[in-house]
Write a protein that binds this ligand. Sequence first.
Ligand SMILES: [Zn+2]
Length: 290
Amino acid sequence: MTTAITLKDITVYPVVEQQGPFFDVMEFFPTLTKELLEENRSWLEPTFIDPVSGLLVLCVQSFVIRTPRHNILIDSCVGNHKPRPARPFWNMMNSDRFEKGLAAAGLTINDIDYVMCTHLHVDHVGWNTRLENGRWVPTFPKAKYVMADRELAYWTQKEKEDPSGVPWITDSVLPIVEAKRTQIVKSDFALNESIQFIPTPGHTIDHYSVLVGQPGHDALITGDMIHSPIQGRYPELGMRADYDSRQAGQTRRKVFDRFCDASTLMCVVHFPAPSTGRVRRWGDGYKFVA
Ligand SMILES: [Zn+2]
């Protein structure tokens, strides 16, 4: 089991929904060359690349932040009962892992005060809603769902143009808007001095990461600012679903440069468990250390 992270009076719990070898490495990183992959294979295997299948090992998870005042869920995985025909391993899931992970943090869906969506991709918004009598309703009855304004506008427009291309917006984002449960903010929003957003655009148009805690006792919940540590070594390496890979690379450099001499713990959604590390320089790039 993954363990909780304590930052003075704040506790961060990973809530894992899935982990496994899911994606072809070369497809996932379209500009990666075979030569560069081979050069790095020895340290990527077996944790980050599965030696048997050769596939990229990714985790799908949320982070729950318990503070003295609030319980906050950052991102909400894939969710149950959602038709995702394009992704067999996410299609019509029926799993109790998310709920069990929440319980391991001592919480139920009734205890969540805020759901913060770093961005509105399919594997980050799924548990926003659950099926009740054939309708998608907010999973967390008391929560406000915090979304960046330009991110929400972008995906709302996409859904209007072609709903079949973005089914997760239809079933996991728009029902939250219709239920008037969104809190729409700028991507540099701060809930208070211990919960602050950092704009990390590029992977999506208005992606944010969340800085949790106080200097010396803090963690950055990165969202999808980075997917695999090979993008630490080569910050310019884009992934196929990026909105703007060039900007995503600039964002990684800027953020890693800011934190590479700090004790700030990175909590990276898609890194395999324990999914955490501190950033340190590595040649012209960066690595993650315990
Ligand atoms: Zn993702």
